[in-house]
Design a protein around this ligand. Structure first.
Ligand code: MG
Length: 254
């Protein structure tokens, strides 16, 4: 056994030594020295128009809500599915994916009601939201041209009460919006403490509105955000007093 261990140890030293040797032997006056040939990136066929990329997990394609359950009890979705669109059913609360996710690219299209009130009152003012990992909300609200009297870090495209988006690209109530979200999940140490916070980049209707923003922690209506240990978790759509609609939702794990 001792002999085997010694042999393994010797081999490890030799192989690491060999690697260093090969680096040292590189001639950096030659272009080949900085060429890396493997691995090749995986091939993904891009989605043209509104189609998702070939490796995306389609969360909602307009035909069924099978990928979704009610957040409060994981029962089948009771939101309204009609004409390829799913809409918040008032009083039923939030919807979440059956599948759990970490780092991801997420595409969501949404529409706040044409009659959404021009009011900071959350009721029928287009309040909804996309929660990453059930905790970090990208806000949806009637923010068209900043006409609604609401704090700026609570309007569409904010990380709710954490950051004001760099621009307001909101569509008119009754017209469709698109979020493209690029998200890195937080990392936690074995003892549950935070090792690295979550980061988010948001493109709203083609406009970069959050650029690698460091999320401060779980969304708080009152008080200061803080992190709590969690694993992969669902994408959640908020039902919050307004019949906001959704279509064409897909995600790529990264
Ligand atoms: Mg909201």
């Amino acid at each position: 056994m001792k002999k085997i261990l010694t042999l393994c140890f010797g081999f490890a030293i030799l192989s690491s030594h060999a690697q260093k040797e090969s680096v040292f032997k590189k001639d950096f006056t030659k272009p080949e020295a900085t060429e890396v040939w493997e691995p090749k990136p995986k091939i993904v066929t891009p989605g043209m128009g509104t189609a998702p990329p070939s490796d995306a997990i389609v969360l909602f394609d307009g035909k069924s809500m099978d990928q979704w359950v009610m957040a409060k009890d994981e029962s089948p979705s009771r939101w309204v599915l009609d004409k390829g669109v799913m809409t918040v059913k008032l009083g039923e609360g939030e919807l979440q994916t059956k599948q759990k996710f970490g780092d991801c690219q997420l595409h969501v299209e949404f529409k706040i009601p044409a009659d959404a009130k021009n009011s900071a009152n959350r009721n029928n003012a287009g309040n909804s939201g996309v929660f990453l990992q059930e905790r970090y909300e990208v806000q949806i609200f009637n923010s068209y041209q900043n006409e609604t009297p609401l704090y700026a870090n609570g309007q569409t495209g904010s990380i709710y009460k954490q950051v004001i988006p760099m621009a307001n690209a909101s569509s008119k109530p009754g017209e469709w919006d698109a979020f493209d979200i690029y998200y890195t999940a937080p990392r936690f140490r074995d003892n549950g403490s935070l090792e690295k916070p979550a980061f988010i980049t948001l493109v709203h209707n083609g406009v970069l509105t959050l650029h690698h923003f460091e999320i401060h922690g779980t969304i708080q209506y009152i008080g200061i955000p803080k992190y709590e240990l969690h694993d992969k978790a669902s994408v959640r759509l908020q039902g919050h007093g307004s019949a906001v609609s959704f279509r064409n939702i897909w995600i790529r794990e990264i």
